[in-house]
Design a protein around this ligand. Structure first.
Ligand SMILES: CC(C)(COP(=O)(O)OP(=O)(O)OC[C@H]1O[C@@H](n2cnc3c(N)ncnc32)[C@H](O)[C@@H]1OP(=O)(O)O)[C@@H](O)C(=O)NCCC(=O)NCCS
Length: 200
């Protein structure tokens, strides 16, 4: 079967979790950074389709899911949902730990899970939605990223959402070039990278 873009199905979650790790180190493979491969997707992928399955899309063929976009229409409401429904179980399961000093970064994500507080931001007045997009290397450079952003943008427009934002690591120059090509523009610069915005 040729690859197709389609709405998220719950059976896509295991593949989304794997792809998140395989692309999670500034666009490259993050496998060696985490002892627990679930932590990164618990923060950056899993909660989105659970909170709102209508704003996640995947590219899939007969060998499985090749990539995804996950998103929320309202970042502050999503953060409040995380606080009520997503973090409590994870906080209980993963107590804060010290840096084991072996180069792994599980402790960083666990701290993020514990310390995350819903935080209003003036950016959300104009660009309340945000996304995460990742494709396996074998699916990159064929237009799927652009089609995934288009599918999400259309779904957000149907809900009357005015804008979309995202954060990108300064080291991920390929993704920065991609976002520029599909219409995002820089809104803020941080020590870790940039916040980009797209008007819908
Ligand atoms: C970044 C990513 C989502 C882009 O998706 P993609 O399917 O590879 O990109 P597309 O083929 O849709 O490209 C769309 C446009 O961006 C450009 N582009 C994409 N990747 C690029 C790169 N690495 N360098 C320069 N331009 C790039 C394409 O040339 C194309 O331009 P055009 O339509 O004007 O000709 C994908 O490569 C990916 O998942 N990378 C690894 C994970 C990652 O970095 N995710 C983002 C984290 S913030």
């Amino acid at each position: 079967m040729a690859a197709v873009l389609r709405p998220f199905h719950p059976a896509d979650l295991p593949a989304i979790y794997r792809i998140c790790v395989l692309t999670g180190a500034a666009g490259g493979d993050a496998t060696a950074l985490y002892r627990n491969p679930d932590l990164l997707p618990h923060v950056y992928a899993g909660p989105y389709p659970v909170a709102d399955p209508g704003l996640s899309f995947v590219v899939a063929d007969s060998r499985g899911v090749l990539g995804y976009v996950v998103a929320t229409a309202d970042t502050l409401a999503f953060e409040e949902w995380l606080d009520a429904h997503w973090w409590p179980t994870l906080r209980a399961q993963y107590p804060v730990t010290a840096d084991p000093g072996d180069g792994t970064e599980d402790h960083v994500l666990v701290r993020r899970i514990h310390e995350w507080v819903p935080t209003p931001d003036t950016l959300y007045d104009t660009h309340p939605a945000h996304l995460h997009i990742d494709l396996l290397p074998r699916a990159q450079g064929q237009g799927w990223g652009r089609r995934l952003v288009d599918a999400l943008a259309e779904a957000l427009r149907e809900r009357g959402v005015t804008g979309l934002h995202l954060g990108v690591d300064a080291r991920n120059t390929g993704a920065i070039a991609f976002y520029d090509r599909v219409g995002f523009r820089p809104a803020r610069t941080h020590d870790w990278g940039q916040t980009l915005v797209l008007d819908l």
